[in-house]
Ligand binder design. Structure first.
Ligand code: DX5
Ligand code: ZN
Length: 228
């Protein structure tokens, strides 16, 4: 399948969210990536239900909700009710992960698992067939604009093997430090969905940047576009 692009609103202008949402609506991006942080699982606090419920009224694309909170099972149904298309919880944050995944699905959303950079892919062996997506963190979660961790490429290849061997249909999403220099290699390694925060929202031409991310590694892609 062609890869998907999910701009992360964490790097948007919170005083002008409607403007940035409108830009993503008009762009070639596929999903909105929403980062929910509780100040406990990660050393940062972002936003919660009131903001998502409002955002949902303006967004014209699915909401990809990334929960960086402890015991996410307490809230998954509320995130689905608030408008999430996909809810992803961290492997490290949910003790009864199988139950949490089915709580998300029963609530009517797609369900994903997120792996921190230190968490090995093989830990998903017995749950890979139950999930719609696995997100590999390519930075330590908590902040936008961090440096991409190169070990991610190895994890993508291992995850792809696990998915293919098990007959799972899970997508592979990459979150953190995705930019115009690494996007093509990530796709080539097997990534299906690329989150991009800083790369999109700090760009002088976010629509063009999304276009370049979207066409990277495809036949539409022109090297000179990336280079200059
Ligand atoms: C980090 C978040 C990311 C973040 C990505 O904890 O999960 O989604 O917004 O930002 P960039 O693309 O700037 O690394
Ligand atoms: Zn995220």
């Amino acid at each position: 399948m062609n890869h998907l692009i999910a701009p992360s609103l964490l790097s948007a202008d919170f005083a002008n969210l409607a403007k940035d949402i409108d830009m993503v609506n008009k762009s070639e991006a596929d999903w909105f990536h929403l980062d929910i942080m509780d100040g406990v699982f990660v050393p940062n606090i972002s936003f919660g239900f009131p903001v998502i419920e409002k955002i949902r009224k303006y967004t014209e694309k699915p909401l990809d909700v990334h929960l960086m909170i402890i015991q996410p099972e307490r809230y998954v149904e509320r995130f689905v009710k608030a408008g999430a298309y996909l809810v992803s919880v961290h492997y490290e944050a949910s003790i009864h992960l199988h139950r949490t995944i089915y709580a998300i699905k029963d609530a009517g959303a797609k369900a994903g698992i997120v792996l921190n950079p230190h968490t090995p892919v093989h830990l998903l062996e017995n749950i890979i067939k139950d999930v719609d997506l696995v997100m590999i963190m390519s930075v330590n979660p908590g902040y936008g604009g961090q440096k991409f961790i190169e070990e991610t490429y190895t994890k993508i290849v291992w995850l792809k093997n696990l998915i293919q061997q098990s007959g799972s249909e899970a997508l592979i999403e990459i979150d953190g430090g995705v930019d115009l220099n690494n996007v093509a290699s990530l796709i080539k390694s097997g990534a299906d969905v690329l989150v991009a925060g800083n790369t999109v929202f700090s760009s002088t031409d976010p629509l063009k940047t999304i276009h370049l991310l979207k066409t990277a590694g495809t036949d539409d892609h022109k090297d000179q576009e990336i280079l200059g």
